[in-house]
Design a protein around this ligand. Structure first.
Ligand SMILES: [Fe+2]
Length: 106
């Protein structure tokens, strides 16, 4: 929670940032909440078109899959609705565990 407050100003703002970045991904890709090792901080990144992300020193701790295969069968072209629904099932305890693991890599 300390990181969320420091870098996003609260959990709702974190959710908003991750959600908006995920919805804005161009083509097939992911929205990523990552731990930036060199700055000891959290970052939110769009990973457009799968292979175009080059962000060295970032360990993904939450990845939102917004490839069409992730949502199209149920949500058709409503990718935003898929992202919103996903936030109802994210295991934030697991995200916190991943952050702690990532911090040990430094
Ligand atoms: Fe996928």
């Amino acid at each position: 929670m300390k990181y969320i407050d420091k870098y996003f100003g609260g959990f709702d703002k974190l959710k908003y940032n991750v959600s908006q970045i995920s919805k804005s991904v161009e083509g097939a890709g992911w929205g990523i909440l990552g731990y930036q090792t060199f700055a000891d901080s959290l970052v939110v990144l769009p990973c457009d078109n799968h292979e175009r992300l080059t962000q060295w020193g970032v360990v993904p701790i939450l990845v939102i899959d917004v490839w069409e295969h992730a949502y199209y069968l149920k949500y058709k072209n409503k990718r935003g609705d898929f992202v919103d629904a996903l936030f109802n099932i994210i295991n934030w305890d697991n995200v916190a565990e991943r952050l702690e693991t990532a911090r040990k890599l430094v």
